[in-house]
Structure formats: C-alpha cells, structure tokens
Write a protein that binds this ligand. Structure first.
Ligand SMILES: *Cc1c(COP(=O)(O)O)cnc(C)c1O
Length: 224
C-alpha cells in the first residue's frame, strides 16, 4: 500500500462531512507533527499508554480518539482529554467513562463497538445485545457520556462482497437505533467504519468516520 503523500489532497477526495481519524499508533510524535503541520488535527490511538504519552507531548488542540479496546481501570488516564471513545463494549466500561468524565465536568462521546467480522473476537456487541443496550435502564443516570453511534471492523479478507455485506449490516443496525425513540444520551450521528484497505467500500455503505493508519503513515513496523 503506497501512502498518500499529500493529506490535504486525500481529505479533499473524501465526500463532504466525512471525518478522518488519522490512526497514529506506533508512529512517532515527529511523524504526527508532520501531518499536524499540514493542517490535520484529528488523531487516533489504540493503547492508553501511547495515547496519554502523545497527548502530553503534542499540541493541545489535537482531537484525540481512542479506537482500541479499553480496560475499565485505564479510563482515568484518558478521561481528562479524550474526544471520542470508539470501542465501548460493556455497561461497566460506559459507567466508568461516565464517572471519570464527571470528575472533569466533561461529556465524552462514545461509540458502541459492534462485532461484524467473521473472525471471532472477544469484543463488540451483536445486533440483539445492541438493541437491549440502548434501552437499558442504567443509561438514564449517565449524564457525562453521549452515545453517538457505532464502530465496527470488517473481516480481514480480499473478499469485497463479504466486507460490503458486513458494513451494510452495521449500517442497518445504526439506522435502526437512529430512528428509534431513545434517551437524550443516545443520539446516533456517527458511523465509524473503514480502514486503509476498505474505507472506499465503507464510504459507499454510509460511513461517516473513517480510521486510517497505514495509508497516511505508511506500514507499521510492529503491528498492534
Ligand atoms: C490500527 C487501526 C486502524 C487503522 O488501520 P489501517 O489499516 O492501518 O488503516 C483503524 N481502526 C482500529 C481500531 C485500529 O486498531
């Protein structure tokens, strides 16, 4: 995969209203600054320690997204500054995000992670679990989070039909909740789907946030 050499050109090739999260995991602060200086200020990380370190080192007007699995006991490190958490997969985690956000008088936007890929995964809800989750009583008391949509990862495969059908399924779940009467904390506007290899299909299937690493920063030496 040949990285884009001009991020602003890449951005202008995207349909209007699409948010690009530049996934900078394993890449240095210097590399991030290169992108930052060309005007893009939205970055994503998948590990708390790396995210916290980069937040401390880098300009404070960066919008940071947590895209990886998040453990309840680590929420406290990112709660002061994180803009959006893409990977909420339990009520326990969401309650902790709410509790920590309240300490800073913040409201943190959260996406529910949905398991759409064929590969087995410990993380992410299925369709039935999602339906129950957005109706759960516990949500009523959470005033420092907002559930603004869904995140999913398609199967790692060359089979474009499979990828497309998985994204389509996620889009259907998103629409279903969006059109449903929910608590004020649940207002679906964000559909985070699409990575370097499959973002074009994701956009065709209705994605509003794409998470792109390799295409922006080049290949990762250590894959995580
Ligand atoms: C690493 C990662 C990405 C970016 O992947 P690329 O294939 O390098 O674009 C997107 N989303 C999540 C959750 C990731 O961990």
């Amino acid at each position: 995969m040949i990285p884009v050499n001009d991020i602003s050109k890449f951005l202008s090739s995207l349909p209007p209203g699409i948010k690009l999260v530049a996934v900078s995991k394993t890449h240095t602060c210097g590399e991030i600054m290169g992108i930052y200086q060309s005007g893009h200020k939205i970055f994503g990380e998948n590990r708390v320690q790396e995210l916290t370190y980069k937040y401390q080192q880098l300009p404070k007007d960066i919008e940071w997204h947590m895209v990886g699995h998040l453990q309840t006991n680590k929420v406290k490190y990112i709660a002061p500054f994180v803009h959006m958490i893409h990977s909420v997969d339990s009520m326990k985690l969401l309650s902790m995000i709410n509790r920590e956000a309240a300490k800073y008088n913040r409201i943190i936007d959260c996406l529910l992670e949905i398991h759409i890929a064929r590969e087995t995964s410990k993380f992410g809800f299925n369709r039935e679990e999602l339906k129950l989750f957005v109706l759960a009583d516990e949500l009523k008391d959470l005033h420092n989070i907002r559930l603004t949509g869904l995140m999913g990862m398609a199967s790692f495969t060359e089979d474009e039909q499979l990828i497309r059908s998985e994204f389509r399924e996620l889009r259907e779940m998103f629409d279903e909740i969006r059109n449903q009467d929910c608590l004020p904390q649940v207002r679906f506007t964000d559909l985070s789907m699409g990575m370097s290899g499959d973002y074009k299909i994701a956009l065709e299937e209705g994605s509003t946030i794409i998470r792109i690493g390799t295409l922006i920063f080049g290949a990762r030496i250590v894959d995580v």
